[in-house]
Write a protein of this length. Structure first.
Length: 164
């Protein structure tokens, strides 16, 4: 018996959602590793606040990695767990970046933009397939990350693109 038989989801539509979730998982794993590097290697002005912020971000990313992998399992597929495989498909790249000042936060902001784009794709596919659970999960991620984007933009003193 398959999980999807009990969830009343179309197998083909669920497969499209799983593919998008797998992409998101790969990018979240790279994001997590990059955040650990930012946390460990931050230097300069604002060290204490940035060090703490990066820790908050990587803890959040770790929780999302687990949720995404579990949702893939719930949809009847197997999540990838090898970094070597993540790096083959991830849009994000490993980063040996050693941040100073606000540079690391700019990297986080760029990464969140990519993840938000991917989450919107997962959301659209989930909605198309009648998968309210995955749609709700992505909506929760978007709500949280849009607030984080606003906070980072404010921290960096940037104005929204349409006001520059």
């Amino acid at each position: 018996m398959k999980t999807l038989d009990y969830l009343h989801l179309d197998e083909n539509k669920a497969a499209a959602t799983v593919n998008a979730l797998s992409q998101l998982l790969a990018d979240f794993q790279v994001y997590y590793a990059n955040l650990r590097g930012l946390h460990w290697n931050v230097k300069g002005k604002g060290f204490f606040n940035l060090h703490e912020a990066y820790e908050k971000f990587y803890n959040d990313a770790a929780a999302k990695v687990d949720e995404i992998a579990e949702r893939i399992l719930q949809l009847g597929a197997r999540p990838e767990n090898r970094y070597s495989e993540y790096l083959k498909v991830a849009r994000l790249q490993e980063d040996g970046f050693e941040p100073t000042g606000h540079e690391g936060m700019r990297k986080v902001l760029e990464t969140l933009s990519l993840l938000i784009e991917e989450e919107r794709e997962v959301l659209a596919l989930a909605q198309e397939g009648g998968d309210e659970v995955t749609a709700a999960l992505m909506s929760d991620y978007l709500k949280s990350q849009e607030k984080t984007v606003w906070m980072i933009v404010s921290f960096l003193g940037q104005r929204p693109a349409n006001h520059e």
